[in-house]
Design a protein around this ligand. Sequence first.
Ligand code: S3P
Length: 449
Amino acid sequence: MSAAVITVETQEDLSQKLIIQQPSVGLSLQGRIRVPGDKSISHRALMLGALAQGETEIQGLLLGEDPRSTASCFQALGAEISELNTELVKVKGIGLGNLQEPVDVLNAGNSGTTLRLMLGILASHSGRFFTVTGDSSLRSRPMSRVVKPLLQMGSQIWGRKGNSLAPLAIQGQALEPTHYFSPIASAQVKSCILLAGLMTEGQTTVTEPALSRDHSERMLRAFGANLTIEPETNSVTVTGPAQLYGQKVIVPGDISSAAFWLVAGAIAPNSELVVENVGVNPTRTGILEALALMGADIQLENQREVAGEPVADLRVRSSRLKSCTIAGDIIPRLIDEIPILAVAAVFAEGTTIIRDAEELRVKESDRITVMAQQLNKMGAQVTELPDGMEITGGTSLTGTDVDSYTDHRIAMSLAIAALVSKGITTIHRAEAAAISYPNFTATLQQICR
Ligand code: S3P
């Protein structure tokens, strides 16, 4: 058996080409691996740590570009955060209500979670003025979904296109509590409102049409906030003003990063991988349910609870996949995994249908259009739907030039597709993977031995 040849070429503009050549004899993926810390939990640990009284110790923080954006914003707001060069990070909180007015624009980079969650915090910090922006992708993503409920609470926020696009300016002030019925199941919207509610006197409630990830709720409670959860109606209420106290947070591995290896292990022949220490919070495990529906051989081992989040080791073996339909309430529980699920569908027998996922069009890229175009270039049969994709599996892929559109999850999904494609695939702008997975290429090389 020989290994795939995987090389990285850095270009003059510092973008990177990831070049993957399938072995002529027979690919096999083997190994026990770990994925970096959960991105959603990492952002929240930094933010709540900054807002708490006392010190927060974060173990297993994701050292990707997105949490670095959160850390630099909250440093500019006055929190002391130790250097993000080890996975053990200490945050000296300044206490709710005590954020300083920064002397410059806060830059959330590529991170929607940083910008949207931070807006709720800033809007409720009375008497201070803030300006926020992001990279070109983030500046084109809709902010009205959080600006609207914040305006309903009495915030003062200004921005382009009817206050819907960053850069945004915020005059912080005391807000009024509200009950917001969100038209979309979005943890970013829910978390933004709950964070605004922390400083707001009275009860602030969010109701969402389907359950989105609940990391904010778990962590807010652990930090001492008074939260009431009504699972029957997907509603959460925070009673303010709250006090938060520094905690020890242990961040599990990110299931969204593990998903690349789960699909790789399932679609590559003669393969067996164990991904250790993965967060399996039920609001995130839609990908495990979808892959099980497709017939993937995935087992959860060593299931345990670590610092308020369920964790397991995931074992995957080569599998014969079949098509399935993914739609409805499962979508928010696997929203970030749809690009890699599309790759799995290319290698499944039959036609897979993904619907109710229009949110994909406003992620770091339009993930419906980009995945359909790039996979089709490789020989797949993917048809775009307004709210998803129709993927006819069973065609073999051939390596060619593809582009990440600077979207981390697209870069990594295409790399997994390349592993099981004939010939050579060149993924342009593959450096985007570092947003959520800095060592992605090293792990890819490691399991291809
Ligand atoms: C996130 C929520 C999701 C997800 C994003 C991270 C979070 O977005 O796509 O990568 O940490 O709250 P939405 O809540 O907007 O769907």
